[in-house]
Design a protein around this ligand. Sequence first.
Ligand SMILES: Nc1ncnc2c1ncn2[C@@H]1O[C@H](COP(=O)(O)OP(=O)(O)O)[C@@H](O)[C@H]1O
Ligand SMILES: [Mg+2]
Length: 421
Amino acid sequence: MIGDPADDMHWLETASPDEIKRMVEALYRVHRLIAAITDLDELLECITEESRQVARAEASSIMLHDPKNDELYFHVALGSSGDQEALKKEVRLKRGQGVAGVTAERRTSIIVDDAQSDPRFFKHADKTSHFQTRNLLAVPMVDKENLIGVIEVLNKIGQPSFTDLDMRVLEMFANLAASAIVNAQLIKEQIRNVRLAAIGQAVTGLSHFTKNIITGLTSSVELIEMGLERNNIEVLQKTFPVFKRSTRRISNFVQDMLSFSKPREPVRRLCDIDSILRDAHESLNEFYKERGITFILNTEDVRGTVNVDQNALYRCFLNLYTNAADALIDTQDGLIQVTAAHESHTNLRITVCDNGSGIPESIRELVFDPFFSTKGSQGTGLGLAVTKKIILEHGGDIHIESNPTGGTCFVIRLPIGNLIQ
Ligand SMILES: Nc1ncnc2c1ncn2[C@@H]1O[C@H](COP(=O)(O)OP(=O)(O)O)[C@@H](O)[C@H]1O
Ligand SMILES: [Mg+2]
């Protein structure tokens, strides 16, 4: 029986030095469970294998208790032969059904010396798994009165069947395994909750962002209609740039979402890094002019073409330039300086520096996280996440340095593929 400490001591007194050594070994194996505790599947596999070794058996399995319908179902089965996947799919035991079901019901370990002639033995599991069970030991896993599952070890190696000592050692192991499983289940649940909360937060942020742009679009469309009706060119001229900017923001947002949503191999072709850096600036030129921002590009030191994904890199620099402009909103004489030069035969070093607000030390770790933004409904938090993803997909890296003259520098190391001189 499990759980009676006084009773636990008796069998220890009769244990031989070899048996005590085995017990200590079994306890030692618990360490491996602790290491696997953050991943439930890994933990269950680990418990199954360690149980097999603790009891010196040919095979072992864990059935977990499903409290919803009070059934046991196979989670992991390990052994030298047998179809484990079939077991997982097909075998579910009601309380009291099979040796495991009886073990679960009574919460008592059971040793079966001759499985084939024992009426409690559930032959269907053998049939499904093509495993021949001769003898077995089933031990319940219980944590704070709750049934967690049943460990079964099958076919004792080197002896006719399982002994009392095997049972005691496995019971001790099963108790610890049960609490490890409960902890792992809690961790899994917690991770899921955190993930759901993060998704909720991201969706809320993105909804605010798009709602904002759509409001802008709707009002500029109304103004354009009015201008057209009244033939008022002045209104049209004023409104059209607002309309254009809103559509561009929506389009950029969708592009960022797409770039972010799945891993992608860069579609490399030979191109000119200067054109990429210039094209991204061209798209923002009007906007920079409006805000009185000076843009300086220096690519004089770059020789030849580079083998990169032109469209993807264009997105990176569009994001970096847009962020730089956003950081310059309160800065007179806003300046964005972009420099590209060879760092080595295989890499370019590209820096995008601004003399804007700078990034406080406290959030530097976070700015590349998806959906992290300090811009409220004006930001999506996708720009830097996408930028980093694309640079990493090129085999490069990106980091932040403070601009010595105030503001921020993004420093990119970009492998350029086969460089043609
Ligand atoms: N050049 C910069 N200067 C100051 N802060 C920046 C700069 N670039 C990025 N950031 C910070 O990093 C955050 C994340 O940027 P990003 O992923 O592009 O999202 P978003 O621009 O939509 O907020 C920004 O909200 C901002 O706080
Ligand atoms: Mg951005």
